[in-house]
Design a protein around this ligand. Structure first.
Ligand SMILES: NC(=O)c1ccc[n+]([C@@H]2O[C@H](COP(=O)([O-])OP(=O)(O)OC[C@H]3O[C@@H](n4cnc5c(N)ncnc54)[C@H](O)[C@@H]3O)[C@@H](O)[C@H]2O)c1
Length: 433
């Protein structure tokens, strides 16, 4: 923020009226967290819209752009609230104040926000009038034509010459955001469901995903089996879409299933730990479990709906001790979840020390380079549950770990006593023979 201010072109303030009165285009990007019913809480949006209305005058035509993810129809609500704000402030002259509402959903990902903003896959603009769309087309022209000077720290992707713009009605733009997130969540859920079947039949899920992902109709991304998605968007947006669908008398069974599959996937770690400990004739109660990663995804300290929280909570409920290391999310966890009795550690090694099992929860790249042999040696029992399939199973086993990933079945099936595998059979399955 300090760097951006020093370079000019942007000012930060907590006072809304001045900037809103001076601007031709006003973006609303306030939070829209879920209510207990699943419905989006629009109180911040409503307050922002009213304040913007109260700040407007008749000097120019303004476009108020909704960038927050909001339920279908919120554009109309914003319009109504702005008009109320105008009426309250200018009861007699308010009708002369001209504005329009647009929807411009945001698709950036936490952890790569700047790259996603400068080099987006597409820009979606929704409005009811051509004049409004034209204002936004002009505003976005440097991004669309990629005519701006790329920052030194973030060069432009070589193949990117033009960003596609999708112009729609207000309602369609609002729906596009929900539909995109719902699709991605379903795709991850699908990969996890298939991985769970793979484990049972002895197929390698990562190989299966590579095999299907190369079909251009499917695509390789978002097909990595793991502990499921978390974060501030997928869960809340699916809940909100389900709520809207119900309001219109429609039950979306596929989206309900996506939520359920994701919930169950987080429990998988607990089952795998129980299974692994049971094989060694131990129970989970009283054991020390070390979590690698707390944030819902790497490169962020965001813990909203993070799988780590539910996993830690469940383990503690079941009588286990939980240690955890995350490169940056420890402070946020300590601050926001003071009741969670986690022993925070200064390093992965510190977390592994004397632990009965290690669970990889967040796929930080630095974890991929850990000295697995060293970690295994300092643990009481070298069990590794790789919740993100980050490690090479064979390398982990050679380092001394009893390894299990997600949808990587060799050990799970054979350790259950169903099949006794020889080293040769393992090598054959791994493609070495
Ligand atoms: N975080 C993401 O990766 C992401 C991606 C795409 C879309 N979105 C959507 O963008 C919106 C914002 O998400 P976020 O993660 O940035 O939320 P956030 O809670 O981190 O930030 C929202 C900001 O709005 C401010 N605010 C609240 N009420 C205000 C008011 N009346 N006037 C002025 N400011 C006000 C808050 O102080 C806060 O700084 C949400 O609708 C979210 O779904 C977020």
């Amino acid at each position: 923020m300090r760097l951006a201010t020093a370079r000019g072109g942007i000012d930060f303030t907590t006072e809304l009226a001045g900037p809103a009165a001076e601007s031709e285009v006003i973006f609303i990007a306030v939070g829209t967290p879920p209510l207990p019913t699943g419905e989006a809480n629009l109180c911040h949006l409503e307050s922002a819209a009213r304040s913007i209305g109260a700040a407007m005058d008749d000097r120019m035509f303004r476009v108020v752009v909704n960038k927050s993810t909001v339920p279908v129809g919120s554009g109309n609500l914003v319009g109504t609230l702005i008009r109320e704000g105008i009426r309250d402030r200018h009861p007699r002259t308010g009708t002369r104040i001209r504005f329009a509402v647009a929807s411009n959903p945001e698709f950036l990902r936490e952890g790569s926000a700047i790259a996603d903003s400068l080099y987006p896959d597409r820009i979606v603009l929704g409005a009811e009038e051509e004049r409004t769309l034209q204002v936004l087309r002009e505003l976005y022209q440097p991004l669309v034509a990629q005519s701006f000077e790329a920052p030194v720290f973030l060069p432009r992707p070589a193949a990117l010459t033009q960003v596609p713009v999708v112009t729609t009605t207000l309602t369609s733009a609002e729906m596009i955001k929900y539909a995109a997130n719902a699709f991605l969540a379903v795709k991850i859920g699908f990969a996890n469901e298939v991985a769970n079947v793979c484990e049972r039949v002895g197929a390698e899920a990562p190989e299966v995903m590579a095999g299907i992902g190369l079909d251009a109709r499917i695509g390789t991304r978002f097909l990595s089996p793991g502990l499921g998605w978390g974060g501030s968007c997928f869960g809340k947006d699916i809940q909100s879409l389900l709520h809207t669908a119900r309001e219109y008398g429609y039950q979306s069974r596929l989206l309900e299933a996506a939520l359920e599959v994701n919930r169950a996937q987080r429990q998988l770690v607990i089952h795998k730990l129980q299974e692994k400990l049971q094989e060694k004739l131990f129970i989970l109660k009283g054991r020390t479990i070390a979590l690698l990663g707390l944030a819902f995804k790497p490169e962020t300290d965001d813990l909203r709906d993070a799988p780590s929280l539910q996993i830690a909570e469940r383990l503690i409920q079941m009588g286990a001790r939980v240690k955890a290391y995350d490169p940056i999310a420890i402070e946020a966890c300590r601050e926001n979840y003071p009741a969670l009795r986690i022993q925070y550690c200064a390093s992965a090694e510190d977390a592994a020390q004397d632990a009965d099992a290690l669970v990889l929860v967040t796929e930080w790249q630095q974890f991929a380079h850990l000295d697995l042999g060293g970690l295994a040696k300092c643990m009481t029992r070298a069990i590794l549950v790789d919740g993100r399939n980050l490690f090479d199973p064979e390398a982990a086993r050679q380092a001394g770990f009893d390894y299990c990933g997600i949808g990587r079945p060799q050990r799970a099936a054979w350790n259950n006593g169903m099949v006794v595998a020889s080293h040769a059979a393992l090598a054959w399955l791994d493609g070495d023979l």
